[in-house]
Each structure stands twice: as C-alpha cells, then as structure tokens.
Design a protein around this ligand. Structure first.
Ligand code: MG
Length: 311
C-alpha cells in the first residue's frame, strides 16, 4: 500500500491493514492544544478578545481535552495576550476540559487566580542561556519563582503542568544533553507538576534524538506523565511523534493551524499543527478523540475574523 511507503524504512508503530486498524482496540493519545497561547503569542498583532474566546471554545468543541488558553505574562512583554484575564473570564468552560494558562511569576499567578483558572503551566528551560534570554533568570532562578506558586497552586487544587524548553537544542548554547533535560524535568515533578512537556523549541530534534532522550529518561521519569512538544521547522515533527509513541509517550502538544511560526527561523514552521498530528495519529490507528476537520474550521474562522490575517 502506497500510504505506508513513507514509513517502512523507519522503526515506527506497526502499520496494520485498513480492516485490522478499524477493529483493533484503540490506544488513546491525548493531544494538548497550545495554539491560543504558544501560537498567538508569536503571531503579529492583537487578536480581538471575543475572537480568542470563540477560538478556544471551538477547539474544546473539536474534542481537545486540554486547551492552553493564554499567558499571564507581563502585558508589556507580550501585548498579544494582554487580555488574558478577560479571555479566561469569557470562555465558557466545558466540564472535562482543562484550560491551563502560562504563569511566569507570583504576580501572574495572582492575576490567574483572579480569573479563576483551574490549571497553570510553568515554563523553564534545559539551558541557563535560554532561561536567561527568555525569562531573565537562570534555571535555578525559575525554580525560585515557581516554589511559592506551586505551594499556592497545591493549596488551591490547581493542576500544574511544567515545560522544559530547548530540550533538543538551544539557539544560544547549542547541543543539549538528555541528562540536562531529565534533571530539569525531575525538578518540575518534585515541585508538584502533574505533567511535564519536553519541548523542541527550535525544531531541531530528529527521531534518533527523541529515542535517545526517552531511553535515558525511562528509568528516571514517569513516561506516562511526559508530553512531547515538537516543532515542524525541519519537517521532522510527525516522525518524532512516532518515535515518542513507540517509546510509550501518550501526550503530545500541538497548535491548531501550526500557529506561531518559529521565532528562531523566520518564515519556517513552528509548532506542529494539531490537524497534522491528529491525522497522523489516525493513520497509525491511534485514537485521540479530536476532530481534525473541526480544528481546521476553527483556524479558518480565526483567520477570517481576527482582522490580522488574510482570508
Ligand atoms: Mg511551541
């Protein structure tokens, strides 16, 4: 079958024939939608608040059970998401769906609490150089910021997700060893994170790198609580997902429409598109519960109504 030819040379998930694929028990994967936050923060211009709210609601309606909705960073630093509180107060939240918001410090956490969020994301890096450039402090510095937030989140019953960015390569310090990623991820779990997302922020990972990291991580990290966050800058994203699946990972981040681009490679793709991920999973016989066409429709509506994008 021609549809399998692309993959036959790689040690990917077994490709059953179509009838077999329909009937065999599904292995579920959770797709974590990051478009409204990780995508829109990197798009030029301000998407009107009602358009953001409609986008988030459409993504949840498409079957996504985690929709990272916005970021409570300093509005001066990320004006695209300056309306974070209004977005969170405006979204009609579905039961069974989490809407994490990125929180960089206690001030942001206070704003998030005021908007009655039920989930937050904490963002650090595998290298000091990236942390310094991105959030103005070292890795240790980010954990000093996180400690009081994590305590307060626990007391408030708020679900916490952690990010380890530049896990496969850093634009400032180059190659990143798995040991560095594992150390930071372990600290995030120790802090109380329910899930840690390991992110290829600059899109340099290939399946060999992913397998190498996960082989090393397997003894130190709970792989059932690890998510992988790939960028498609070098067209490797779905191959990396396949390697993750084979290593037992069941949570993958993606951004509807591939929103956001790549800040480190202007014009290149950034976040793996949710529709691409879902269709890839479908091709592998892996159920995500997400309707790729509905995600694509949500993106089309966003583009048509935001006033920032050509139709
Ligand atoms: Mg990203």
């Amino acid at each position: 079958m021609s549809r399998n030819l692309t993959y036959t040379s790689l040690p990917l998930v077994e490709q059953p024939d179509v009838d077999e694929r329909r009937e065999r028990p599904k292995r579920g994967v959770r797709v974590v939608e990051v478009g409204p936050r990780d995508g829109l923060q990197n798009e030029p211009g301000f998407v009107p608040t009602p358009v953001k709210i409609a986008f988030i609601e459409a993504l949840a309606a498409a079957g996504l059970l985690v929709v990272e909705a916005t970021s409570f960073v300093n509005p001066k630093a990320v004006p695209q998401l300056a309306d974070a509180g209004d977005v969170m107060r405006g979204v009609h939240r579905r039961s069974g769906v989490r809407y994490p918001v990125l929180v960089p410090n206690e001030r942001g956490f206070d704003r998030a609490l005021a908007a009655e969020v039920d989930a937050i994301a904490l963002f650090t890096a595998a290298t000091d150089a990236f942390a310094e450039a991105n959030v103005g402090t070292s890795i240790d510095g980010t954990f000093a910021r996180f400690a009081p937030i994590a305590d307060r989140a626990r007391d408030a019953g708020i679900w916490v997700r952690g990010y380890v960015s530049v896990a496969f390569g850093c634009p400032y310090s180059g190659a990143v060893q798995p040991s560095a990623v594992i150390a930071v991820a372990s600290r995030l779990f120790a802090l109380g994170c329910a899930e840690v997302s390991i992110a290829d922020t600059i899109g340099v990972a290939n399946p060999t790198d992913v397998a190498h990291l996960l082989r090393n991580a397997g003894t130190d990290l709970p792989l059932d609580r690890i998510a992988l966050h790939f960028h498609d800058t070098n067209s490797q994203a779905v191959f990396n997902v396949a390697t993750g699946l084979q290593s037992g990972i069941t949570s993958f981040d993606a951004a509807a429409g591939g929103l956001g681009g790549c800040p480190f490679a202007p014009g290149a793709p950034g976040n793996l598109a949710t529709e691409t991920l879902v269709r890839f999973l479908e091709g592998q016989g892996v159920e995500s519960g997400v309707d790729a066409a509905a995600v694509a429709a949500a993106v089309a509506t966003l583009h048509a109504t935001s006033g920032q994008y050509p139709e």
